[in-house]
Design a protein around this ligand. Sequence first.
Ligand SMILES: Cc1cc2nc3c(=O)[nH]c(=O)nc-3n(C[C@H](O)[C@H](O)[C@H](O)COP(=O)(O)OP(=O)(O)OC[C@H]3O[C@@H](n4cnc5c(N)ncnc54)[C@H](O)[C@@H]3O)c2cc1C
Length: 459
Amino acid sequence: MTLPRQRIAILGGGPGGYEAALVAAQLGADVTVVDSDGLGGACVLTDCVPSKSLIETSNAMTLLNRSADLGIATGGLATVNAARLYERITDLARAQSRDITDRVNAEGIRVIRDHGRLAGPGTIKTSQETIKADAILIATGAMPRVLPGAEPDGDRILTWRQLYDLTEVPRDLIVVGSGVTGAEFACAYQALGSRVTLVSSRDRVLPQEDEDAANLIEDVFKRSGMHVLGHSRAQSVHRDTDGVTVTLDGGQAIKGSHCLMTVGMIPRTESIGCEEHGVKTDKNGFIEVDRVSRTSVPGVYAAGDCTGVLMLASVAAMQGRIAMWHTLGEAVHPIRLGHVAATIFTNPEIATVGVSQRAVDAGEVAARTLKQPLATNPRAKMAGFRDGFVKLFTSPGTGVILGGVVVAPRASELILAVSVAMEQRLTAEDLAQTFAVYPSLSGSVTEAARKLMEFTPGT
Ligand SMILES: Cc1cc2nc3c(=O)[nH]c(=O)nc-3n(C[C@H](O)[C@H](O)[C@H](O)COP(=O)(O)OP(=O)(O)OC[C@H]3O[C@@H](n4cnc5c(N)ncnc54)[C@H](O)[C@@H]3O)c2cc1C
């Protein structure tokens, strides 16, 4: 006798939703995804993928504009072809969404392009149909928070999702908010030729991040000519005839051609039936989940930005997969948020994994710390940069790697060595005895590990 196929219904086709759908299909389930905007979600269509594509261009600009130091004559400053830049970004995002759609179709997953909502136990409703399922996954994502008095008009006052409709690179861009998104766009547009003012309500940019890394980036920003305003909270943003005025808490007014608002995200959970059907949310509307993505209602799971748990594509995808493994009876490990590797795509990038300096300084974790500057790394010298470092944390006594911070071009790639070391509980000695290529930036990872090796005198 064959058991009936489990029916899975997924609301939202971003990384939280489509990655879950792929796992469920692999396990033989009958899967339906309801998505309103296109597979890949905001991640692929408006947020992660477009921003990283823009940053690739800005990094190329930085390189071109420093090329004289490397012995290349370009005949002046490189400039941006804005139409081509934005066209490339939107084409790339759409192509990525198509690739995901092809993959999902090939697995026999049914996709309904519509808004959906919870409509009772095991039920999702769209405008056209009712879908019955044995388990439901909500993965509806999040959207930009709007500050009252600073409502985006899509022309001069913008969310990051509206940038790619511009026909020009803003001449004077005011970025409100100096978290990850604000820092990334401020850095990119400064490199693309905008005059950027970064408005930060805190004493420094990237207030949640490793302090050494944040200070270094702020210094790089200022040296590039960016105007960084600390302790400044934007009260309102108004449209003028040919630009914008941002008024700060103290009454100071700043003028620019455009203003980019990066003041956080709110979950897309407002009208999807959570409240009516007992799915608990917190005071900000994020769905409460445990470490295997279960909500307060049996058979209803949630994943990704709508849960507010580390708002990263990799985390959304893992939460979605875990939900499917759990509901379809596979062995499953609860999500380990302490092992998530993340990157801030400034130039240089900041990549982190594991223990943080803040936890060490607060006495929450006992760790030895070593910071190895990149300025002495031969490969860094050859490439002509000196801003960056590798920082490692090890457990005192055992030398086990607890985490690290890498600030470097392509730190997003270099951090993998630290992630693997941490995941596999390798020691500083294990890492130090690993061959790194000479010359390479990863040589600084093994060098930091060498310096952290603990020797017992007399042995
Ligand atoms: C500017 C920016 C850059 C980022 N860069 C990175 C990065 O470099 N690396 C990284 O890991 N993360 C990055 N992120 C975060 C990443 O984009 C999110 O964590 C990720 O998109 C979360 O995926 P998700 O599946 O939860 O939601 P989403 O990607 O938002 O997808 C949700 C989907 O659900 C659909 N939906 C919503 N409501 C309904 C409904 N009622 N019915 C049907 N469909 C619905 C939406 O249309 C959407 O398609 C970035 C975020 C921003 C803002």
